[in-house]
Design a protein around this ligand. Structure first.
Ligand code: HEC
Length: 177
C-alpha cells in the first residue's frame, strides 16, 4: 500500500522533471540569436533591444501561463506565439499589460475566456522594462513585429490613465481600432 504510494509519487516527480527539462530546452532555443546585451538602457523613443536576454528574463513572469515557448495551454491560457494581439497594434498590446484582460477573446482562431491581471501588480516595473519585455514577446517564437519603445508605453499610459478595470476584447477593439 505505502509502496504503491511512493511509486506513484516518484512517477509524478519524474514527469515533472521531464517537463521542466523540456521547458529548459525551449528557453535555450529562444535565447539563440539573442541580440546585443551590452546596449545602453533605451531613452525615450529609442527602440528597445530586440529579443534581448533581459527581455527573456522579464518574460519569466508570464511563463506559468503562456509557457516558455509562448504556446499557452489549450483551453486555459492563449498563446503569444502567432497571436494577433501580440503582433498587431502596439497600443492594444501595451493596454493589455497595463490594465489586464478578461472575458471572451479569440486568439489565432481559438476562443478563450479567462482573466489576466495587469503586469507589475505588487512588483513595480519601469516603462523601459515593459518596452523590453513586449519587444521580446513581439520578436520571439516566430513572431516578427516591430519593437515597442518607452515613448509607446508613455503614450498608452497617458491615453488610458482613467482605466480602472481589465479590458474585454470588445472594449479594446473599440478604444483602439
Ligand atoms: C496567471 C496567468 C497569466 C499570466 C501570469 C499572464 N497571462 Fe497573459 N493572459 C492570461 C489569460 C487567461 C488571458 C486571456 C484573458 C481573457 O480571456 O480575456 C491572457 C491574455 C494575454 C494576451 C492577449 C491574448 C493573447 O494570447 O495574445 C496577451 C498579449 C498576454 N496575455 C500577455 C501576457 C504577458 C506578456 C504576460 C507576462 C507579463 C502575461 N500575459 C502573464 C493569463 C496570464
Amino acid at each position: 500500500m505505502l509502496d504503491t504510494l511512493y511509486r506513484r509519487q516518484f512517477l509524478v516527480a519524474a514527469l515533472l522533471v521531464a517537463l521542466t527539462a523540456c521547458g529548459g530546452g525551449d528557453a535555450a532555443d529562444s535565447a539563440d540569436g539573442a541580440a546585443d546585451q551590452s546596449a545602453e538602457p533605451a531613452d525615450m523613443g529609442t527602440p528597445a533591444v530586440v529579443a534581448s536576454a533581459e527581455g527573456e528574463e522579464l518574460y519569466a513572469t508570464c511563463v506559468a501561463c503562456h509557457q516558455v515557448n509562448g504556446q499557452g495551454m489549450p483551453g486555459a491560457f492563449p498563446p503569444l506565439a502567432g497571436s494577433e494581439w501580440v503582433t498587431g497594434s502596439p497600443d492594444r498590446l501595451i493596454a493589455i499589460l497595463l490594465h489586464g484582460m478578461q472575458g471572451p477573446v479569440t486568439v489565432a482562431g481559438v476562443e478563450y475566456n479567462g482573466v489576466m491581471l495587469p503586469y507589475g501588480v505588487g512588483v513595480p516595473i519601469s516603462d523601459d522594462q515593459l518596452a523590453t519585455l513586449l519587444t521580446y514577446v513581439r520578436t520571439s517564437w516566430g513572431n516578427s513585429a516591430s519593437a515597442i519603445t518607452v515613448a509607446d508605453i508613455e503614450r498608452v499610459k497617458a491615453a488610458t490613465s482613467d482605466r480602472t478595470t481589465a479590458w474585454t476584447a470588445d472594449e479594446l477593439m473599440a478604444a483602439m481600432p
